[in-house]
Design a protein around this ligand. Structure first.
Ligand code: HEM
Length: 471
């Protein structure tokens, strides 16, 4: 289509969008995406940049799969690379492709079965700590899930030596995430040129003296970096036989050779950072939504009791925990931990007649897509059965995006779903969780979508549901 016949894209006020985003990322972003009900694409200006929000699954498929070569990860990812270095998450082009091929098998189901036992140990410890608190007590679910998922991914990565590492880097990882959030929000609103983002990243790495809060960012990164390098160097001196993910990263190879030590460090840090807060928020939302939907929760108890019959789970039990897994998937539809997926156009493009100039930022408003009644019947209802049996078959594949989609789909998806099913089953085996009456639960969009004031819950010990097999 020529410029003369291009479809006119509805345009919003850039000042208004920036103001709304400062006040509340998610609400404003959802408002933006839904601002013109008859259009699945809107645009606005942010500084020198054109920004688009696209919400039709066909448009999303165009950007993330069919014409993914016309787009790359956006400038926000350059900030992330300050902490994560050059890893799958931040890399692009041929280098990304090569490393993705090398690492895909590591996080595939077959290899993961080997680390399930490593994943279960920290969950077992956590449930024992809960049991030690008695029959009725209060927990703050976001904090608990954040600590637990860091422990699970850390142990899967570094084996049992992670306990010691976690004590050293746990607070730094949390500080790093909070600083990252602040920086990402600022970048989205002020749209700085990409050279300035790169320069800032280099300064944080190398400058000897920095003003606050950059000095804090530098100290935080150094703590994480030193600790992870120490573990990698220790491992390099030992024969590479470990069954944890670090052992697999050190052994990974293709026809061009193995990963460089720097790349092993960057991928391991990425797995740890990308893999814990997302899962933690998904789990916290799931416990919250289940406490409001007791039928779904009762069905989870019945399934857990029948499948596990009171014992510790194994990798073989996971496929049988279908309803439990569906509860997590539905929670991530309702409140997707990743609420926006941004890309930068590296060539002029056209989506359904709408012109996209090279250099534009495209954003996918995940919350709006997940609550669009064209793809989800009665979208405000929590209904895990959307993810059981054949239900997903008739759905547009690009209408469900908690893990992204297309070639950059989350490599940790199977890991997260396995981990989520194990945590849910092992906690539900022993406890019932209800929101503390009157505690306000509202989504807040930071790097991830999480409950603004956490989720305070009352935990109560529960009896096993008597099943036909147990009776
Ligand atoms: C519920 C938990 C998780 C959620 C919601 C989630 C979400 C996502 C999303 C939306 C993307 C795509 C971003 C984009 O296209 O711009 C992504 C990519 C990625 N995730 Fe996850 N993730 C989760 C767990 C994990 C875990 C457990 C790991 C590692 C162990 C992990 C590692 C990665 C990596 C390395 C990428 C980049 C993949 C690539 O570009 O090739 N994630 N994740």
């Amino acid at each position: 289509m020529s410029a003369a016949t291009a479809t006119k894209t509805p345009t919003l006020s850039g000042v208004r969008v920036a103001h709304d985003m400062l006040v509340d990322g998610l609400t404003s972003f959802t408002k933006i995406a839904d601002a013109v009900p008859e259009s699945d694409i809107v645009r606005w200006r942010s500084g020198h940049r054109h920004v688009f929000a696209i919400k039709h699954p066909d448009y999303i498929e165009h950007v993330l799969r069919k014409h993914a070569d016309r787009y790359m990860k956006s400038v926000e990812y350059q900030l992330v690379s300050t902490v994560l270095g050059r890893s799958l998450f931040t890399d692009d082009g041929e280098s990304w492709r090569r490393h993705r091929m090398m690492l895909n098998p590591l996080l595939g189901r077959r290899h993961l079965n080997a680390v399930v036992d490593l994943m279960i140990d920290p969950i077992d410890d956590y449930v024992s700590r809960l049991e030690a608190q008695g029959d009725r007590f209060e927990v703050e679910m976001v904090a608990d899930m954040t600590e637990l998922t860091l422990d699970v991914v850390g142990t899967a990565l570094f084996g049992h030596s992670f306990g010691e590492l976690a004590r050293r880097i746990g607070p730094a990882v949390t500080t790093g995430l909070r600083l990252g959030e602040f920086a990402a929000r600022l970048t989205l609103i002020t749209a700085p040129p990409s050279w300035s983002v790169k320069a800032l990243g280099a300064a944080i790495h190398h400058a000897p003296l920095l003003p606050p809060p950059l000095d804090r960012a530098q100290a935080t990164m150094k703590t994480i970096d030193d600790a992870i390098w120490e573990v990698i160097h220790d491992r390099e001196e030992q024969p590479p036989h470990d069954d944890d993910l670090l052992g697999m990263l050190l052994r990974a190879r293709d026809e061009d050779g193995t990963l460089t030590p720097r790349r092993v460090r960057d991928e391991a840090t990425t797995f740890m950072v990308a893999g814990h807060e997302t899962t933690a928020n998904g789990m916290a939302w799931m416990w919250y939504l289940l406490s409001l939907n007791s039928d779904a929760r009762d069905r989870m108890y019945a399934e857990v009791d029948e499948v596990l019959d009171g014992r510790r789970p194994t990798a073989e039990d996971i496929p049988a925990l279908e309803w439990t897994s569906a509860c997590l998937q539905e929670a991530m539809r309702f409140f997707s931990p990743i609420w926006v997926i941004p890309r930068t156009a590296i060539a002029d493009d056209e989506i359904d007649g709408h012109r996209i100039p090279s250099g534009s930022t495209l954003t996918v408003p995940v919350y709006s897509v997940h609550h669009d009644e064209r793809w989800w019947e009665d979208p405000e209802r929590f209904d895990p059965s959307r993810f059981t049996g054949d239900q997903a078959r008739d759905r547009h594949r690009f209408a469900y995006l908690p893990f992204g989609a297309g070639q950059r789909v989350c490599i940790g998806m199977s890991f997260a779903l396995m981990e989520g099913a194990l945590i849910a089953a092992m906690m539900a085996q022993r406890f019932r969780f209800d929101v503390v009456p009157g505690h306000p639960v509202q989504p807040e969009a930071t790097l991830t979508l999480r409950p603004r004031a956490g989720v305070r819950m009352v935990a109560r010990r529960r009896e096993r549901v008597k099943t036909a097999a147990a009776a």
